[in-house]
Design a protein around this ligand. Structure first.
Ligand code: 5AD
Ligand code: SF4
Length: 468
């Protein structure tokens, strides 16, 4: 038993329980899982590394594509024998599958005791009490909480104590949640609810607390982060206020919708020197007919124009995007328009997916669904182009000296890894700095931003040497 374990047992009077949270999907789920861990810590639960040893297991799920949603049921199948061994185990399904499927989850997988959506996890301690009461009566818990008090959630975030951990120098802060755009392929407006912005005072307080713990890079999270607005201030204003926090060196934000971009946020990319030269701006398709059918509310030309404005404000801006191929009705010409848009814009990085019909979304009912083999072939062609652009972008860094924010030892070898301003992972041998041990290197370098001369460029990362 480690000193920490002994300490936490003492703190909870020996009644300590354990929890394991498995996270699927987006960065907001990662953030939410951390907050759940904190809420559970307050209720006497210590996190453990595997479901086998846990009194409580939560799957924080993603509903964005069918594959992501189905993973939950296979994981629940794996949990069943564990629960047979430990009848007191509590199994919860959280996140977007919980929101979308609610009580159906318990009907399909009776091993589940509770289902709660992304807006209700702050009620976790009260839900656990209810489960105890139900079991004390000899009944099987079937608790479902999927209402939408999003503002309550933001208020509750304030009350939860942050974990005193050795954290990465890079942290997420949720500032906005939900989506009012209703793209016809997307479940997010149904699972995360309408757009809600968090109060700037709370965001700044959380950022300050993180910086006091050693964080030097903050990524603001929101499903439509550039729709954030509070008391007449928009995202550029929030970024300016955050930029004044001493010790906070880097700011990022994700994910943006092209329709919510304004001139001030574009200008901020040239004016706010803490704002990193990297923008994730999903376009989904380069065909106007498909964009219209997707209800994206912008044309390919609008998007291209927007990227030009951003590059006017910040010439070295690295762009990233999301793409869907095989949306219902997508012709070969539509798909080629997407390739043409990629050729014109050029990306440093991108995510691309085959269209996956989601129950309850308008596009799922469209008649002109595209054959899986056609989707797969288009995805391969698009990814070949995007990968080539990413490689070219990485190669272009060779010989440059980039400021790298160091985070942790690399998985293999005697290297520390960090991130360039363009979000590329950068690996640096620490022996060249006179450090011969990964722990020493982490202690010496974690959280520092040092100039690195880029000597090697690869598909997904860069390597180099500290230039001091
Ligand atoms: N099928 C495939 N990809 C999807 N995305 C969202 N919904 C679907 C779907 N039904 C993609 C979009 C979005 C990203 C987060 O996931 O590209 O930007
Ligand atoms: Fe989904 Fe469109 Fe909203 Fe993004 S903007 S979350 S793709 S509905």
């Amino acid at each position: 038993m480690s000193i920490n374990d002994q300490h936490s047992k003492a703190a909870t009077g020996g009644n300590e329980k354990t929890c394991f949270i498995k996270t699927y999907g987006c960065q907001m789920n990662v953030y939410d899982s951390q907050r759940m861990e904190e809420a559970l810590a307050a209720a006497g639960y210590r996190p453990v590394a595997a479901a086998e040893n846990a009194d409580m297991v939560i799957l924080n799920t993603c509903h964005i594509r069918e594959k992501a949603a189905e993973k939950v049921y296979s994981e629940l199948g794996r949990l069943k024998p564990l629960k047979q061994q430990n009848k007191n185990m509590v199994i919860g399904v959280a996140g977007c599958v919980a929101q979308a499927e609610g009580a159906e989850i318990i009907a399909r997988a009776p091993v589940v005791d509770m289902v709660f959506g992304p807006q209700t996890f702050q009620q976790l301690p009260a839900m656990l009490d209810e489960i105890d009461d139900t079991r004390a009566r000899g009944d099987k818990p079937k608790l479902v909480r999927t209402d939408f008090p999003a503002t309550e959630k933001f208020a509750a975030l304030k009350a939860v104590a942050r974990k005193p951990v050795t954290r990465s120098p890079s942290a997420f802060v949720t500032v906005q949640e939900g989506c009012d755009k209703f793209c016809t392929f997307c479940v997010v407006p149904y699972t995360r609810g309408e757009e809600v912005s968090r109060a700037s005072g709370d965001i700044i307080a959380e950022a300050r607390a993180l910086v006091a713990e050693g964080v030097s890079e903050i990524t603001l999270l929101g499903q439509n982060v550039n729709a954030w607005e509070f008391e007449g201030v928009r995202l550029d204003g929030l970024l300016a206020q955050l930029g004044e926090i001493e010790g906070l060196a880097r700011l990022r934000f994700t994910t943006s919708h092209p329709r919510d971009m304004d001139a001030a946020l574009i200008a901020a990319h040239g004016e706010n020197d803490k704002l990193m030269p990297y923008l994730h701006l999903p376009v989904q398709s380069g065909s106007d007919a498909i964009l219209k059918a997707m209800n994206r509310k912008h044309s390919a030309a609008d998007y291209i124009e927007l990227t030009k404005k951003f590059r006017g404000a910040r010439p070295d801006l690295a762009l990233s995007s999301d793409f869907i191929v095989g949306f219902p009705g997508e012709t070969e010409a539509d798909f080629e328009a997407t390739l043409a848009l990629v050729e014109e814009v050029t990306y440093a990085q991108a995510f691309s997916f085959k269209y996956s019909p989601r129950p309850g979304t308008p596009a799922a009912d469209a008649e002109a669904q595209i054959d899986e083999a056609v989707k797969a072939a288009r995805l391969a062609r698009l990814q070949a182009l995007l990968n080539a652009q990413q490689l070219a972008f990485n190669h272009a860094q060779k010989g440059r000296v980039l400021p790298v924010l160091f985070d942790k030892p690399s998985k293999n070898g005697d290297q520390m890894s960090g991130r360039s301003p363009y979000l590329q992972p950068v690996h640096v041998p620490f022996s060249a700095l006179g450090l011969d041990d990964a722990t020493d290197a982490a202690n010496a370098l974690r959280g520092r931003i040092l100039p690195v001369e880029i000597t090697g460029t690869h598909a997904n990362s860069l390597s180099g040497i500290v230039a001091v």
